[in-house]
Ligand binder design. Structure first.
Ligand code: PLP
Length: 356
């Protein structure tokens, strides 16, 4: 028999590639090197013991949304939470994108912005960044006025480059998006590292959503929880589109309990910033180009060696970093998550060995 075919946009697609290889030192997916703060797991276990397992979880996740809202100074009706910020972004595209509409992004940036656009049948409009990977505001203006995308993505700090967009750049992009009746999504997965948050630009008639995740600096990648802060009318539309009861009771509990440990979470961010400075200083002595980073990872490019070979050399030494070879515009680059000092020392020693 001939097999049924998936939709054209799916058939043409490559899946998400980030190999999960069993190694000693995992610096490839920007997770926190530390587990959540002491007491977190016990608090979650105690709350999970109280779950009424025969009942569906609260569909509107009111307690979780209330606590997240409190964190950002907004009410629960301005918060939409889902299974990782990836599900949040997918829901946004299912709501505002789709066939006949387009989404704009400025490459190189987080691969899921274009990937999720394609999956949801949304046209993809790729803009270019400047050579130092900062936003090219002429390009932003040209793309938005010419194509009038339904959704425009920014990512600040940007994955995989670590570059932050300035407040002026975000404000200007928001003006352009507003004038063309689109919606701006600022992905702040690494927002804890930046001085400015686009949450400060939210307003009841402002077409802006700001997405955040528990996965990275908050040390909760295993839970799959992300959210957007947005105007109430956006949240109301997202709630219509997402599957009912999509956010299970355990995830809701984990997300609520985590917010009681906020100080400890913030201390981790400070430790990572210190460790990042130490790692960057050590990298400066090796034959690699290093981009300045405002996130919990750094982008590097070996000057004299092929990036793929260096990646393999590190894997051979039980260290996994992200090989950016398949990432257009990032040929030869590697993205390295900031680990513990011990992990980073092992990485530095292995890198020095591979490069000499
Ligand atoms: C990791 C990441 C996400 C996705 O995180 P989830 O684990 O799905 O919450 C979203 N945006 C960026 C820029 C990321 O790096």
């Amino acid at each position: 028999m001939s097999r049924p075919l998936p939709r054209d946009s799916v058939a043409l697609m490559e899946g998400y590639h980030s190999p999960q290889i069993d190694v000693d030192v995992r610096l490839n997916t920007n997770e926190s090197p530390e587990s959540p703060p002491p007491g977190f797991a016990e608090d979650v276990a105690a709350a999970i013991a109280e779950i009424e397992w025969h009942r569906y979880p609260g569909r509107s996740a009111t307690e979780l949304r209330t606590e997240i809202g409190r964190l950002h100074g907004v009410g629960p009706a301005q918060v939409f939470a889902a299974n990782g910020s990836n599900e949040v972004l997918q829901t946004l595209l299912l709501t505002y994108g789709g066939p006949g509409r387009s989404a704009a992004m400025f490459e190189p940036t987080y691969a899921l912005h274009s990937h999720l656009s394609r999956i949801t049948g949304t046209g993809v409009i790729e803009g270019e960044r400047l050579a130092d990977f900062s936003l090219d505001m002429d390009e932003v203006e040209r793309l938005i006025t010419e194509h009038r995308p339904a959704v425009t993505f920014l990512c600040s700090p940007n994955n995989p480059t670590g570059v932050v967009d300035t407040e002026a750049q975000i404000r200007r992009t928001l003006e352009l998006v507003t004038d063309t009746r689109g919606i701006l999504c600022v992905d702040e997965a690494y927002g804890q590292f930046a001085d400015f948050t686009a949450v400060d630009l939210l307003g009841s008639e402002v077409p802006l959503v700001v997405s955040r995740t528990y996965s990275k600096t908050w040390a909760m990648a295993a839970a799959r929880l992300g959210y957007v802060v947005a105007p109430e009318w956006v949240v109301a539309e997202l709630d219509k589109v997402v599957l009912p009861y999509h956010l299970d009771a355990m995830t809701q509990i984990a997300g609520t309990v985590a917010l009681r440990h906020l100080d400890a979470m913030n201390e981790r961010v400070a430790r990572l910033v210190e460790e990042r400075a130490r790692l960057m200083a050590a990298l400066a002595d090796l034959p690699v180009d290093v981009w300045p980073s405002s996130a919990n990872f750094v982008l590097i490019r070996p000057r004299e060696r092929d990036g793929g070979e260096v990646w393999q050399g590190l894997v051979d030494r039980s260290i996994l970093v992200r090989n950016c070879a398949s990432w257009p515009r990032l040929e030869g680059c590697l993205r390295v998550t900031i680990g513990t000092p011990e992990e980073d020392d092992r990485f530095l020693a292995a890198l020095a060995e591979v490069l000499t």
